[in-house]
Design a protein around this ligand. Structure first.
Ligand code: ZN
Length: 277
């Protein structure tokens, strides 16, 4: 198996948490939301001294430049990009459909010194989830990463310089105003419930051959990582928000949801409390 152990034996919040990730994302389970547009600071610049690392459960590109950051989109402040890694077999599903690949862009709240510190705080981490569907055409930006996989595939912890330039912006879908938003967790132990998730329903193309190439990565025990997605977790009492840009026609109805995510979460919490008493 791909994971160090099965989810059932990961322990702690992985087993007992009520706000775990990934989840299935459906518009039917979601409430509609509207947030300010995302602001992607320096995402169009190539990552400086980019290294590809075999972490034993994925391949990861680290970013050390704190100027690469994200704000807006309903996030409570500015979030610094720490790293990007992949899951083959997407972790989130959309209306039950799994995608070939899911990219996670992991950020921490700039008010905390490190990702580790921010992961101890609710909403201290913001992850963008980008889904890839299979097409005939290879994705040249994924190609840059795969060209380097051969250098790190057999050795966990090993890093190698990326064989080409990679700008985070080139790995984002075109539509950055439509997305699912919910409060969840990291999907590897210790599954800290610190993550504000953003998953875009618009997927990007990648060839089947490219998806297969990720399976060259080997884990700590020398086994091929055939897949590395965590099983779906229950939504429980959480609000799932589907954010879109409003058209003028829907403005009237939109007013109800204007108070935003916090008000919705408060409402859900209140309802849960009432039901439990
Ligand atoms: Zn991930």
């Amino acid at each position: 198996m791909s994971m160090p152990t099965q989810p059932e034996t990961w322990g702690g919040q992985c087993d007992n948490g009520r706000r775990q990730s990934p989840i299935d994302l459906t518009q039917a389970a979601a409430v509609r939301g509207e947030f300010a547009p995302f602001q992607f600071n320096n995402y169009k610049l190539p990552i400086k001294q980019a290294q590809l690392v075999n972490t034993g459960h994925s391949v990861q590109v680290n970013n050390a430049d704190p100027a690469v950051s994200l704000q807006g989109g309903g996030l409570p402040g500015r979030f610094v990009l720490d790293q990007m890694h992949f899951h083959w077999g997407s972790e989130h599903t959309i209306a039950g459909v799994r995608y070939g690949l899911e990219l996670h862009m992991v950020h921490h709240d700039a008010r905390y010194p490190t990702l580790n510190d921010a992961a101890a705080v609710r909403n201290g981490v913001a992850v963008l989830g980008i889904l890839f569907h299979v097409t005939a055409q290879p994705n040249m930006h994924i190609g840059v990463i795969l060209d380097t996989v051969a250098d790190v595939r057999m050795e966990v912890g090993k890093g190698a310089p990326l064989k080409g330039k990679l700008s985070p912006y080139n790995l984002l879908p075109k539509n950055l105003t439509t997305y699912f938003r919910y409060e969840g967790s990291l999907t590897t132990p210790a599954c800290a419930e610190a993550v504000l998730w953003t998953v875009f329903p618009e997927s990007i193309g990648v060839s089947l051959e490219q998806v297969e190439k990720f399976k060259d990565i080997h884990d700590q025990s020398g086994q091929q990582l055939l897949n590395n997605f965590r099983s779906l977790q229950p939504l429980n009492a959480r609000a799932l928000v589907y954010a879109t840009e409003w058209d003028q026609m829907s403005r009237g109805q939109a007013t109800i949801l204007r108070p935003g995510l916090l008000a919705l979460l408060t409402l859900v919490t209140l309802c849960t409390k009432i039901l439990l008493h």
